[in-house]
Write a protein that binds this ligand. Structure first.
Ligand code: CP
Length: 326
């Protein structure tokens, strides 16, 4: 297995099956630290740099919390408008990371352009972690989600997945790549063009990702309505279809944004009448109305466990790429 020390975490494409299990083994060692709300000194001599060119609640703060739990330091920016990348100069990724690499030992980057963290990794002499790149990938979120499934269901192989939402979403691409390494059939439920309102974008899985998934023998199907697939699902992963534009640095809400059609919504009634009794429901959040809040207190919901595991997974990845764990 390739060493994680010094490695960039950019994509789950080409992430090997044994590497997933190694990450999950290390996460199991990190979990008691987070659960006890302890701060240890494992990364006391290391600094995390956060470079966030797009808003985030969870990804940035979970990395920062993970670094604090391991005794490390944090610096960085949460709004590129306060840097030279977001003002008159429009400073390039290269020039920015050629500075940031001297301010810390690992960089987590979120960006509105696909491939921006990969560009950063070309120039940085320290590891780059992709915290979400446009409509590209979100590897640390899906590692969190798979770890959550492993903890909640005790296994990954043999579970049937249902993924609901906008398939342009970066989590969906990392999910597809991850599941190529497991015996996990998946159904993608998403709107085609004009399905939400006249002129609404095509939110089906993009052809380039489908081609990749086929090449890696992922067992996937597509459907139009959650009711067509929910009865078989062991894991239901939901993202919004009422979404901002992830190619923008910031997308403000202006006026009414519309409601989620029943096709892409997981309600308490649907779960009660159609879902397996032991299925689990994931949503990395933020949400709109695709999972109403009365689902939160049901036996299916696991999104708060997912949130806790988000810190555990970021501790794990930081410890691995900084060489504190083998
Ligand atoms: N799930 C997720 O990426 O959340 P944030 O956008 O708040 O980081």
């Amino acid at each position: 297995m390739r060493s994680f020390m010094g490695r960039d975490i950019l994509s789950l494409k080409d992430f090997e099956r044994n590497e997933f299990f190694h990450v999950f083994d290390v996460a199991a060692k990190m979990e008691p630290i987070a659960r006890a709300r302890r701060n240890v000194d494992m990364l006391a001599e290391k600094t995390l740099v956060t470079a966030f060119y797009q808003p985030s609640t969870r990804t940035r703060l979970a990395h920062e919390a993970g670094m604090h739990r391991l005794g490390g330091h944090v610096t960085g920016f949460s709004d590129a408008k306060m840097t030279r990348a977001g003002d008159f100069y429009q400073e390039s990724i290269k020039d920015t990371v050629k500075m940031l690499e001297f301010y810390g030992d690992v960089i987590v980057m979120r960006h509105f352009q696909i491939g921006a963290p990969h560009e950063a990794a070309k120039w940085a002499s320290i590891p780059i972690i992709n915290g979400g790149d446009g409509w590209g990938e979100h590897p640390t979120q899906i590692l969190t989600d798979l770890y959550t499934v492993l903890r909640e269901k005790g296994r990954l192989d043999g579970l049937k997945w249902l993924a609901v939402g906008d398939m342009r979403m970066r989590t969906m691409h990392s999910l597809g790549y991850a599941l190529t390494q497991f015996d996990c059939p998946i159904t993608f439920v998403s709107p085609s063009a004009d399905a939400l309102f006249p002129g609404s974008p095509n939110m089906r899985m993009p052809e380039n990702y489908k081609a990749d998934f086929k090449q890696y023998a992922l067992n996937f199907t597509e459907a139009d309505h959650v009711e067509q697939a929910i009865a078989d699902a062991d894991v239901i992963l939901v993202e919004p279809v009422v979404q901002p534009d992830y190619t923008k640095s910031r997308d403000e809400r202006t006026g009414d944004v519309g409601m989620t059609p029943a096709n892409y919504k997981i309600t308490r009634e649907l779960l009660t009448s159609k879902a397996k009794s032991d299925a689990i429901l994931l949503h990395s959040l933020p949400r709109m109305d695709e999972i109403p809040t009365d689902v939160d207190i049901t036996k299916w919901s696991r999104y708060w466990q997912e949130a806790f595991n988000g810190v555990v997974m970021r501790m794990t990845l930081l410890a691995l790429v900084l060489g504190a764990m083998e």
